[in-house]
Design a protein around this ligand. Structure first.
Ligand code: HEM
Length: 166
């Protein structure tokens, strides 16, 4: 069990095993599946297109395949190194929240589209337990990536600023 501080939902061992098991099937096709996730996301949630302004996001483009592959590979690394999840994802909050300025609400579209693509490609694997496990896993990753925003509300995961007022 990990000891991170940002999320309330952590995978039980059996849930982690389910996510890892499906990851073995995802791994050989991360670019194809990842491109499908992003293609679906920007069509169903057009407001998310703006984040990818400089990229060619037509479904067959190499940009989409590359970016989709990066997204799913990051999730593969995350589940394989779940015990060190916060350390592994350490650069992503800065990138997403400060550089790209992804708002917290825009994580839901990608999490939803990932699950829809997985369920449609692996229907016999994606039963309710698998669905629960991926929901928890993806929420945990998204919570870490959003930490800069969350921490300003909750006070977690940021050093306490020095009190210069006294
Ligand atoms: C499960 C959640 C997510 C994961 C694991 C993830 C992962 C990543 C990774 C690993 C990178 C590349 C980092 C690098 O170049 O160093 C990246 C870049 C990026 N991500 Fe995410 N991301 C997530 C959610 C999102 C969301 C919700 C959006 C916007 C709706 C988004 C938009 C982008 C953009 C625009 C880039 C940079 C693309 C470029 O110009 O190269 N990501 N993401």
């Amino acid at each position: 069990m990990m000891s991170g501080s940002g999320s309330q939902l952590q995978l039980q061992d059996r849930e982690k095993a389910l996510v890892l098991g499906l990851w073995e099937k995802i791994a050989p096709q991360t670019e194809t599946l990842g491109a499908e996730v992003l293609s679906r996301m920007i069509r169903v949630f057009p407001e998310t297109r703006a984040y990818f302004g400089k990229l060619d996001m037509i479904p067959t483009s190499s940009d989409l395949q590359t970016q989709g592959g990066i997204l799913l590979e990051a999730l593969g690394d995350a589940i394989k190194n779940y015990v060190n999840l916060h350390e592994l994802l350490t650069t992503l909050p800065e990138l997403h929240m400060k550089t790209i300025s992804v708002i917290h609400e825009h994580h839901m579209p990608v999490l939803l589209c990932i699950q829809i693509v997985l369920a449609s490609h692996f229907p016999s694997d994606f039963n309710t337990k698998m669905n629960i496990s991926w929901t928890k896993f993806l929420k945990e990753v998204a919570d870490i990536i959003s930490e800069h925003q969350n921490s300003s509300k909750s006070g977690e995961c940021e050093p306490t600023p020095p009190d210069d007022s006294v």
